[in-house]
Design a protein around this ligand. Sequence first.
Ligand SMILES: [Zn+2]
Length: 294
Amino acid sequence: MPHYFCRQRCWLTLPLLLCAQSLFAATAPAALAISNPIATATSDSSPVSITKGFHWPAGKIAAVSLAYDDALNSQLDVAVPQLNKAGLKASFYLPIAAPTLQTRQNDWRAVAAKGHELGNHSLFHQCRKSLPGRDWVSVTRDLDTISAAEMAEQVRLANVFLHALDGKTARTYTAPCTDALAQGQPYLPLLAGDFVAMKTHVGGVISHMQTLDLQHVPVLTPSNVSGAELIALVKQAGAAGGMINFTFHGVGGDHLAVSREAHQQLIDFLAANPQYWTTTFIEQMRYVQAQQHK
Ligand SMILES: [Zn+2]
């Protein structure tokens, strides 16, 4: 799938190639800087059709998932206060080895206590070092050198750590770097019974809610974009009657960042427009699952 992404939506792929960069490597390849990504996305997007046979909760025209990967300081310092002030719920995908899991564990407990979702992002954030642009992947955290069974076991263990933080037993997963192969074998199918839903690949607005495979959900990973560009994507989801999954990294700092101001603009828009159902990914996926089984 990585080759598909690089042909079709290279701007979308690059952020996830770098997903763990500040966690696990010292420097970023400057050549991977991206400009105006959302403009590219909207200009080459196919027209979206209204989702048929599917209804969001009363008064809602689309779902918006705000997710944040890699357990970064700027998420705790900037994104969480902005979300809490607006009364919006979001999802935070924590690699258990991330530094803030040691230094700011109580802050993550507070995030959960506010009603946000703590999602699984594996123990060590392994990614495939053999792929282009993956020099930053540590040899001890190379998904090419661990078996699918071992990776699946580690991901399940991450759920135990998260349970200790928030007491929850149901969870969603975001695959680090959207990599699906461990030692060349698919590992995600081994986890199919462990998660309400899994985010596994990069993609735009989802318009096929009735047939969406909850174990194979796409995400967008915007960075260096304006608030207006983010809001335009929300409106696209509204026109489709579907869903947009934003996976952010840094907010006003850290890697792959969106600015504090752009994030605030998106938050303000969502708070002022409750027809967009902005809540935790797990709540949205449970609702979709129930609708699909009606
Ligand atoms: Zn990540």
